[in-house]
Design a protein around this ligand. Sequence first.
Ligand SMILES: Cc1cc2nc3c(=O)[nH]c(=O)nc-3n(C[C@H](O)[C@H](O)[C@H](O)COP(=O)(O)OP(=O)(O)OC[C@H]3O[C@@H](n4cnc5c(N)ncnc54)[C@H](O)[C@@H]3O)c2cc1C
Length: 552
Amino acid sequence: MQSTDVIVVGGGLAGLAAATELTDAGRQVVVIEQEPEQSLGGQAHWSFGGLFFVNSPEQRRMGVRDSHALALADWMGSAAFDRAEDLWPRRWAEAYVDFAAGEKRAWLHGMGMRWFPVVGWAERGGYGAIGHGNSVPRFHVTWGTGPGVLEPFVRRARAAQEKGLLQFAFRHRVDALLVENGRVCGVRGTRLADDPVERGKPSSRDAAGDFEWRAQAVIVASGGIGGNHELVRKNWPQERLGSPPAHVLCGVPAHVDGRMLGISEAAGARLINRDRMWHYVEGIENWNPIWPDHAIRILPGPSSLWLDARGQRLPGPLWPGFDTLGTLEYLRRTGYDYSWFVLNQSIIRREFALSGSEQNPDLTGKSWRQVVKRAVGKQAPAPVEAFKRHGRDFVVRDNLDDLVAGMNALAGNSLIDAARLREEILARDRQFDHPYAKDGQVVAIHNARRYCGDRLVRVAKPHRMLDPAHGPLIAVRLNILTRKTLGGLETDLQARVLAHDGQPLPGLYAAGEAAGFGGGGLHGYRALEGSFLGGCLFSGRVAGRAAAAAIA
Ligand SMILES: Cc1cc2nc3c(=O)[nH]c(=O)nc-3n(C[C@H](O)[C@H](O)[C@H](O)COP(=O)(O)OP(=O)(O)OC[C@H]3O[C@@H](n4cnc5c(N)ncnc54)[C@H](O)[C@@H]3O)c2cc1C
């Protein structure tokens, strides 16, 4: 048995944020990670690196006037906290909005992070002023995407390792928390056999021995449940979202297995809001997959026509990029697991961003030369064009009849009627004859184009969809993909895990997705986006500082 000051379970962003705070305070830390060294960083490596900031210099330069009060109102309207166990999630939400409007950007900037100057507008809402969604653009894409978010934390962790303060135990899987006299005092687990598998691919679970480690505190930073579809189905909120889909793709690597949540519960931790989750409805099967059933999420601009499997247009405000969970809820009621975007080349070129560091080599590689290419020519960014060519879910044709034939062939049915779809598209196109309109989506497009960031790079200039000059026509079959876990281990504002009696379970802390990004679910029911990485950074920092202060 070995011992250290603090054990961090999980070498993802939350674990690294916690560990580096601890080593900054001079504490000895062991980061226990089931995956091999080459996968250090967990999900954050694959992420788009979008961060939620409030009233940032980037926003101000784009003419966006944001404020703490507006952001808090948006957050609370989206979270819709309504349960007794929302006490700590609500407090964490308030603290997180303070952080996002306060020192978050300066803290990260000080570590060398920078952001793409055009701020994105995710989750636009579309209901009332009190309700879900971002009133203004707040999604700041990190220069370098996910790896750019990780870089300073990996750098700090490696420096601490050199000083002998931090030790990584890769291929060590925690199977139990050690509890003595009501206090968590260490972990027990399995040493997994070495595996040279590439980053992100599932690694073997072959055992090579056991281990036990003791410490004054343990921080659980093991991520959520999105890679464990059995658990997703078990926790699926049927009363809100209908039955779980039979066909679902995976938006996270296989290590996001949720095991550690059950292990923490077995040690006395309270898990709350397990039925709250954040899955996307714009998933496309990755033609070049890294992990099993690998899905890529389209981050869509607002112009594509969104149809359910039967060819019926989705009602407002369920337009692309407005309300992720509202759309999921609606689509689950259609009886089908998929839906369709119908668009054309001019729209895809401007409006399709693919979430994931590997899908954005220009931003990930910090290449201005490549980024500038997004703005010129008729082609979409190369990864989007590659999906158009190789993606199973894409139908690309020169005319509507052929497009519909292709859609029906792909779906294996004849649910889409060409005449009805033509009528729908022509009616939509007529709405663009005026600078005003009665069609809610068209109004939303005009509104988006009043934001210079959208007009510059994100929203196609209004045009007739069937105009061959804007072709070819494109249909994309959209699948549901699992991604984030909004509930988790209940924690107080010091990231101490609470037991069923509401009191801290001595010695145990939690951070990141395992803690519902703080408190056991600081997002409530819905998220404003860019708040997951930020939630990991914030809760990891809090957990690291609190554990450092608490131990002798
Ligand atoms: C493609 C993609 C795009 C995304 N884009 C964004 C974005 O733009 N903005 C945003 O805010 N969020 C985004 N996210 C979400 C965000 O990346 C994650 O929520 C966040 O990185 C989770 O970090 P974490 O440290 O909590 O967990 P993880 O990254 O899952 O790390 C947990 C680690 O713990 C290890 N572990 C688990 N159990 C054990 C055990 N029993 N023993 C030992 N080790 C264990 C795992 O192997 C893993 O390495 C994206 C996610 C993906 C996948």
